[in-house]
Structures are given as structure tokens and as C-alpha cells.
Write a protein that binds this ligand. Sequence first.
Ligand SMILES: C[S@@+](CC[C@H](N)C(=O)[O-])C[C@H]1O[C@@H](n2cnc3c(N)ncnc32)[C@H](O)[C@@H]1O
Length: 501
Amino acid sequence: MTTPATPAPAGSPAQLAALREDLRAAPYTVDRVEQVLGPVAEAALHREQPLPADLATRGSEDPVATLLRVFVLGLPVSAAALAAALPRTGVRGVQALGLVGQGSRVSGLCDLRPYGEDQHTWWVASDLTETATGRALGTGHVLGVGGASTTLASWTPRPRVRRALDLGTGCGVQSLHLAGHTSHRVATDLSARALDFARFTAGLNEVELDLRAGSLWEPVAGEEFDLVVSNPPFVITPRRADVPVYDYRDGGATGDEVVAGLVRGMESHLAPGGIAQLLGNWELRSGESWQEHVSGWLEGTGLDAWVVQRDMQDVAEYAETWARDGGHRPGTAGFDGLYEAWLSDFAARGVERVGFGVLTLQRPGQDRAPWRVLEHLPSPTAVPMGPTVLAEVRARTWLALHSDDEVLSVPWSVADDVGEERVGYPGAPDPAVIRLRQGGGLRRVEQLDTLTAAVVGACDGDLSAAQIVQAVAVLTDVDAGEVKAQVVPRLRRLIAGGLMH
Ligand SMILES: C[S@@+](CC[C@H](N)C(=O)[O-])C[C@H]1O[C@@H](n2cnc3c(N)ncnc32)[C@H](O)[C@@H]1O
């Protein structure tokens, strides 16, 4: 870890309350920022091009424009403009919080921006981005909210529970979400500086956090949680002296051992019935499927697991991404050196590709065999995905506890977001293909055989599936036992995937 250039911001509850009031009054919200920047500047900023945002805010007296310039774009503003944008806090107050430097023209010392969903506006503090500083990131850089953060937040199931763990909290973003549905939150990080940012973010948003320093499971030894979330430092990194270790992306292990270790250790940190939601990367070797590799992490555990692989990259694409992430440009010696380090590290372990995905784990609440589902689903999903994840976990758990006859005894119905597609040759009396297509969730598409289609078509929540199977057997002149044997596994699949409930 390198020594950080600036300490994280910090303040008393009264100082944070004044700042919160100022940010609310500005109003420094996601919507207002979008309005002030406009779609073009905002999209350019996402592409790490700050000039359109600079032009959109230059000369403006709007407090939101001032706050964007100082805390997002890293541009100096006059002390008078900052005082007008944050009147309760005042320039001295903002300096005392460690948010800006000294002088008559002040510059932001950290990134502070609104973040939220429909019901909330939060403010998240982190280090200034590379776009704002124009410098490569330091190895102790504390990331703001990024694509991985929002993916995890989207996928996290949110039942109301007592104890939650946010492992590798960074700027504290996952804990903000947890505050809405958990009573006690433990947030851990290896980086003391990240914990300082999380403390500031939590205080500013009036969220209580039990912050603990330490690596992976160390700070929570012997403790169980109802919900564990982690966007861990999953980047597979060569362990060589010439490859820098960035706290935010590298847990210090070889290959994909960080995520593997989290999975292996999860069972002893989940309360019975507890759920964990993680992001991960995994190594794919020739002759080994990704399912075999990730299933290996679960061996010997009693955890239920639903793993969705969302993407896959070859080793060169992966190496390019992470060589560039350190601030090196392709074509430079620094870039080529890192690129080669990654390629030789992968070659040494026979790795050909890297998979990216989300893992949902559950410690069964009862004594039974765990269920396991590993599927590659790269298409876009609903946002948020959490309700779908919770419904699928509950459906799969119910199915694991019930026999085929019990499944058939239920009056199932087709979910409201599911439509049926029939595709056939023009003029043909019968469709060649019958499919169910889910509108929400993972947008699953399930092809049906004619017997299952007949049963599903009659499932309206009134008759039990067993009654419908009997009727279909009579109508099609197929033995009822045969219909049952064919339909039940498919019915289970549709129920598990949320197409029927
Ligand atoms: C990708 S960031 C995630 C930050 C935040 N939770 C989010 O969702 O945006 C990973 C975090 O894990 C922390 N970290 C790195 N190595 C760690 C370790 N061995 N144990 C715990 N945390 C670690 C980093 O400091 C960083 O804050």
C-alpha cells in the first residue's frame, strides 16, 4: 500500500448535519445533476471525458454546478462560490471536514456526489477519479460507486433481516442500501482509509455502521449474519514485484483464490437461512467447464448456490483491461510490461479465459441436501434484480423440500410477466416451437414440449397441476404416468425460474 496523498474527510455529527442540509438545499441530487450537465456532458463524463461537463458548468452560479466542479471535475472554484453553494457549512467548515484545500480558490480533495434510487438520495465520498486529477490512481485509491457496485446493489435480495455484513465496504455504498432493510450492519475493509471514507459517507447519510478493519473473514471471526454482500477485490492479478497491488481490486491472493476463499468460508458466517450475494471472477482452463471450476469451491460445503455467469473474456482482453486500469496507455513500456505479466501469470496456470458473474449462496435453514444451479445468462436483466433473486431462492428452496407429488398438488399459475410464443411453418396446423418468454427478472426463455405446454396453458391458479395432468392425459390419450414424468421436471424448472408461481 502506498501512503495516500490526502486523508479521508471526517467531521462531527453537527458538521455533517450542516453539510447534509446544504446538499439537500442545493439540491445536490442525481436528477438535478443530470439536468445541470445534460445528457451529452453526462455521457461524456461516463466515458472519462470531462470537457463537456466543464463547459456545461463554467460560469454558472447554480450551487449544483459549483459542487460538480469542485467535487466531481476536480476544478478549483472561488471561495465565494463555494460559500454560496454550502452556506450553512461555509468555506471554513468545508475545509475543516477535509473536503477542500486552502486558499481563495479552493480545490476538492475528494469526490462527493449524489447517488440514489427512486426513494433515496445519498451522498457518497471517495477519492477523486483519474478524470478529475489527470493522474494515475494511487494503489490506496478508494473507489466511488462504479458499475460493479451498482450491479451488486441491483442483485442483492433485500428481505428485512437483523444482521448484515458488507465485506470490502470501500466508500460504503452497499451499506447505504443495507440500511433500508437491516437492523445492524458490520462493514469491513483491509484499507483503513477506505473505512474512513465509509465512516464519512455513513455519517453524512445518518446510517449507523459497525466498521471493522481486517482482511476477508478476519474481522468477523466466529460471527454469523443473515445477509452478506461483497463486491470483493476479485481482479485476478499476477503476484510479482513489478505489478502494483491496488487495494480496491486486489485481495492479495493468487488467481481467483479471493472469491474461492469467500465462498469456502461463507457457510460458517451465515446464520441458518442466511443469504450471501457476491460478485466474482473465475479462471477457465482448457478441458474444464466454468461450472466444474466454480462447483469445486462449493465442495464440502452445505451451501445452496445459484451462480450466474454474465460474461467471459479471453486472457488478452482481461490483461488489457487491468494493464490500462493502472493509468498506462497502450503502446507504452509500462502497459506492455503489465500486459505481459498478466499473460505469463495466466499461462503458468493454464488459464485461457476469465468468467465474470454473480453468486447467490444460502445456508439451508433445515437439514437437507443443498441445491446448486450454475448457468450462463449474458443478456440484460431487470433492475433491480434483488426481488427476482429472492423469489428464485425461495422457489428453489421450496422445490428442494417438496416431492413431485407435492409439486403437483399445488394450483400453479403462470406469472403475469410471461407470454407464450408459438412459431410454425406457414400453413402448418401445429406450431413447430412453443416458448414461454419472461418479461422481467432474467428474461428467461423456456421451450416447451406439447404436453407441458398443454398443462401450463391450463394452470390458472384454480385446478391443481395433478388434476390438469389427468385431464391432459385423457385428452391426448397418453398414459397419466408418462405425462407426469415428462411434465414435472419442466414444471419444476418453470417454478424455479419464476415463470410460474
Ligand atoms: C471493488 S471494491 C468494493 C467497494 C464497495 N463495496 C463497492 O461495492 O463499490 C473492494 C474493496 O475491498 C477492499 N479489500 C481489498 N482487499 C481486501 C481484503 N483482503 N479484505 C477485505 N477487504 C479488502 C478494498 O480496499 C476495497 O475497498
